[in-house]
Design a protein around this ligand. Structure first.
Ligand code: G4P
Length: 533
């Protein structure tokens, strides 16, 4: 098949949500539709169970599962769908941010009773910054929850989205009767029987007709008519271009657990979601249908077996075809590399593939050559942009606890940072190493893995940092910047890329510093459009 046809039939997306909103359940139902799995319960939840005996053991368990669920691929109606897993636990938020650099669109799952939750806000913000097309799925309609209009308002206000419902619920919770599908113009009746896979779908051409009353009762029919009138009045018509450029988000209602509204979501998804999109590199915009292969590493997974230190690097293919046993250029280190057993993913299975296309993810065995953000090409000198680091939430000094093993410690820290487990900073003043993490649990994980995988021991020392801010001076030679560096010298560090970072010990310090040095901009993210450029 030609490259163009292969590109045209691929959709690579991620599901984002706050834990417990129903991401795993929805993923599973989507796989069931694709026939990729046969029964419910096959997709293991990668979330960390609350109140588990040891959070640490849970992290290890999660690491095991997340290899299996990193990419779940299936075919539906001739379309190859790749779902990229986004860890739900907040300690893994950084992993999720990075995965979002490899998706072409996103489905946001929101719990009808809880509404917009904290984690969803953060993730949607990242998607908005990147103009990623988003579809919203409001889940758990079989339960009592918030009023649909109230929820739509909340989504617009808290997530700063412009929404347009493509389906609308008929009742809710105990009174939930079904859904009017605005996209397909039909009514889906809810049976309440969760063993049933496909609910009853009845075409209703004209909602003013008596037919609707007969189906759902006079009262519900009247309410639905009024509500739909309001929907048509208040919300814009669906416009695919606006959805694709990230300025309009269609909304669906349903119940993943009861497999209700999922087929409607999937059918709409395959008809509107984007095929693999072009991607910006440091030199130019790369189109998927270019003949030459290129791709980038967005995730690295360490082997669970400490005796084998090989890892799996996940590459998103941006352009051309990736072929087995073909030499490609690892741009950062200038080496040509060949891969004899690239893995592709199908449902939960891995298999060696000869050829992969844009939108696909391949897993490459790696002995420490890759780090997140690395680019592979057929020879072109370019680097893909857009894998930023965010300010960690927790910071500690890391010390060597076994002087005989300092080499092992260096190597271990280096590799764990390449994997993206945490961020490493070096203080300018004395070169001390500081580890920054998103969740407090990662410190334990690092300590454990250094010991078990590298034979090194570390200890930590507390350090009071509120935020790490990447420093962006208007003029690096200005007196203002020289003064900033002198006065703040104790709080300055370099990140792994050598970028200058300021450790603010409180929100107050941050505010004071910013007002004292207005031309030295401080960013919470490592990649920014310089405001001074
Ligand atoms: P997550 O991956 O987003 O964290 O959520 P997950 O799918 O694991 O769902 C969280 C809980 O919500 C699960 O219940 C799941 O069964 C339930 N759930 C998902 N979709 C629906 C829905 O449409 N309606 C209702 N009523 N519940 C839904 P749990 O008790 O935490 O787990 P389990 O014991 O059922 O696995």
């Amino acid at each position: 098949m030609s490259l163009e046809i292969e590109i045209g039939r691929r959709k690579t997306f991620g599901i984002v949500s706050h834990p417990d909103a129903g991401k795993t359940t929805l993923t599973e139902k989507l796989l069931l539709f694709g026939g990729a799995i046969q029964e419910a319960g096959a997709v293991k939840s990668n979330k960390i169970k609350k109140g588990a005996t040891s959070d640490f053991m849970e992290i290890e368990r999660q690491r095991g599962i997340s290899v299996a669920t990193s990419v779940l691929a299936f075919e539906y109606e001739g379309i190859k769908i790749n779902i990229l897993d986004t860890p739900g636990h907040k300690d893994f938020a950084e992993d999720t941010f990075r995965t979002l650099t490899a998706v072409d669109s996103v489905i946001v799952v929101i719990d009808v009773a809880k509404g917009v939750e904290e984690q969803t806000e953060k993730l949607v913000e990242v998607c908005r910054m990147r103009n990623i097309p988003m579809i919203v799925f409001i889940n758990k309609l079989d339960r009592e929850g918030k009023d649909a209009f109230e929820l739509l308002d909340e989504i617009e206000q808290k997530l700063h989205l412009k929404v347009t419902p493509l389906s609308f619920p008929i009742g809710m919770g105990y009174d939930f009767k079904g859904i009017y599908n605005i996209w397909e113009k039909n009514v889906n009746l809810f049976s309440g029987d969760n063993r049933k896979n496909i609910e009853e779908t009845i075409e209703v051409e004209d909602i003013a007709s008596q037919e609707l009353d007969d189906l759902i009762g006079d009262e519900a029919a009247e309410t639905l008519r009024e509500e739909l009138e309001l929907v048509y009045e208040v919300y814009p018509d669906f416009d695919r271009e606006a959805y694709l450029n990230g300025t309009l988000q269609p909304v669906f209602f349903g119940s993943a657990l009861n497999n209700f509204g999922v087929r409607e979501l999937l059918d709409c998804f395959i008809s509107i979601a984007p095929k693999p999109r072009p991607k910006e590199s440091d030199t130019r915009l790369v189109q998927p249908d270019e003949k030459a292969f290129s791709g980038f590493v967005f995730k690295i997974h360490a082997n669970m077996d400490p005796k084998h230190r090989d890892r799996l690097a996940f590459i998103k293919i941006v352009s051309g075809t990736f072929e087995r046993n073909t030499p490609y250029l690892h741009v950062r280190n200038g080496k040509k590399m060949k891969f004899s057993s690239p893995n592709a993913f199908f449902a939960e299975k891995k298999q060696v593939v000869d050829i992969s296309y844009p939108g696909d993810i391949v897993g490459l065995h790696d002995t420490g050559n890759f780090k997140i953000g690395d680019t592979l090409t057929e020879g072109e000198q370019m680097q893909y942009k857009g894998i930023p680091s965010f300010s960690p939430e927790h910071f500690k000094y890391i010390n060597n606890a076994d002087p005989m093993k300092s080499k092992q410690l260096e190597k271990g820290i280096d590799q764990l940072m390449d994997e993206g487990v945490a961020q490493l900073f070096r203080l300018e003043l004395n070169g001390r190493k500081v580890i920054g993490t998103v969740g407090a649990l990662q410190f334990e994980v690092i300590q454990y893995r250094l010991e078990h995988e590298y034979g090194a021991k570390c200890s930590y020392e507390n350090l009071n940092v509120h935020k790490a801010c990447w420093v962006d001076p208007a003029d690096p030679k200005s007196e203002e910047f020289t003064d900033f560096k002198r006065v703040k010298s104790k709080f300055l560090a370099k990140d792994k890329q050598g970028q200058l970072v300021f450790f603010a010990d409180s929100a107050f310090t941050l505010q004071m510093t910013q007002s004292k040095y207005p031309n030295v901009k401080l960013h919470f993210i490592s990649e920014f459009e310089s405001v001074h450029a």
